[in-house]
Design a protein around this ligand. Sequence first.
Ligand code: ADP
Ligand code: MG
Ligand code: ZN
Length: 486
Amino acid sequence: MAVQYEAVIGLEVHAQLLTKSKLFCGCSVAFGAPPNTQVCPVCLGLPGALPVPNAEAIHLAMRAGLAVGCEIDRASVFARKNYFYPDLPKGYQISQFELPLNNHGTLLIEGDDGKERAVSIIRIHVEEDAAKNIHGAGGADDTLVDFNRGGVALTEIVGAPDLRSSAEAETYLRRLREILMFAGVNDGNLEEGSFRCDANVSIKPVGSEKLGTRTELKNINSFRFVRKAIDYEIQRQEIVLAQGGTITQETRTWNEAQGKTISMRTKEDAHDYRYFPDPDLPPLRISDADLARARDALPELPAALRERWQREFGLTAYDAQVLSAHPRIARYFETAARLIEGEPLDKAGKRVANFVQAEVMRYVATEGLSATFPVDAARVAGLLKLVAAGTISGKMAKDVFEVMRTDARDADAIVAERGLAQVSDTGAIESAVREVVAANAKQVAQYKGGNEKIFGFFVGQVMRATKGSANPGLVNEVLKKVLEEA
Ligand code: ADP
Ligand code: MG
Ligand code: ZN
């Protein structure tokens, strides 16, 4: 019988720290500047230039560590990782090796079995980014180098090989990204590469303790590609082993066009890099005050937030999850929900949760993270207050919301100007109802004869007669009464 294998996956995530300047110099890290305009002797690796650690970067890296329960090393050490590449002018990257800043964290994920599980984070260290090679930019054979990115402050979050499928890997990445965004450490932008992932994949016979040889899938920049690349790689390895081959420890890349992983180079081991403590940088001493400041800066994290929302706003676990996928949306939701007065929190919460998911988040889905919210939380609250009060229907709220996207006024002004307010005046509705009933004797007879489906016809007629402005609840009520009497 064929051997049954199971996959083992460990992720390394590089997350750009939200600093204004680079890790060891004062150069700006603003994204999208013309190439090689944000450089200096330090980040260009000119001889004699000396690195000075960016205090804010260290603070943010500690915050990242604390957010996933790491222990902080009060005297971690910067090390040189030596290798040659055109995007690395010094010939080494300043990273941390034996003594990283953060150790032993955990991340909770929902596993494939549906149960919550803790995945170990081995370490989170601080390092500088390499520059960016732009292949084929000058001509097909040219590679240009943009040093703007060189020296940007990163953390590398090294996860244990605790994951068992591409789905678990995706969940891990989503949870990690959320935590880093909520902690204010990273912007979570995969497209711009400020959150990127290397996936290490191996397979082993089911039940075996010994891990198989891994391959490393480099720099995957979308959740979808992570899953595809891992699934492809698991299958590829199974086929190699089934044919009696062996897995080579190597670095591979996901080629989306071909739908497969492709070998880039055999993988170096740590000893190939000849790591050693950087003589330009003394151990990084973290004082009690530094540590306290990082702890104090840690806001409410997504797991706690979701629990609170379920309690306070009566949200389902699903809604809480969706609305907390990004701190901007979370803030938006909570601000709006608290502004709806005259309704209990759980009712207002549910109302706002539905509307934000259906209408506001639509634009996040199509425009991505750069989506703007032209209708801010306060204006949406004003709009939904009108629904809560019965002034406009839920359906009209959607139309008004569309208008508000390009009209800076509040909902009441737009509703008043366009005469959109629902008629909740029973007298006006009753006269419309009576007219419709009088004009449709045949249908009234059918209704009386037991055809209850025809009720919808009357509702439609009344809505048409009132140009859709009648409060539907009232129309139903009044219609029933008038038809009884007819
Ligand atoms: P490197 O930095 O050279 O890639 P590490 O030893 O730091 O090497 O390991 C990096 C990652 O590889 C970790 O995320 C770890 O979980 C993962 N990993 C290690 N061994 C395996 C394996 N056999 N299968 C899958 N992942 C692995
Ligand atoms: Mg690696
Ligand atoms: Zn610089």
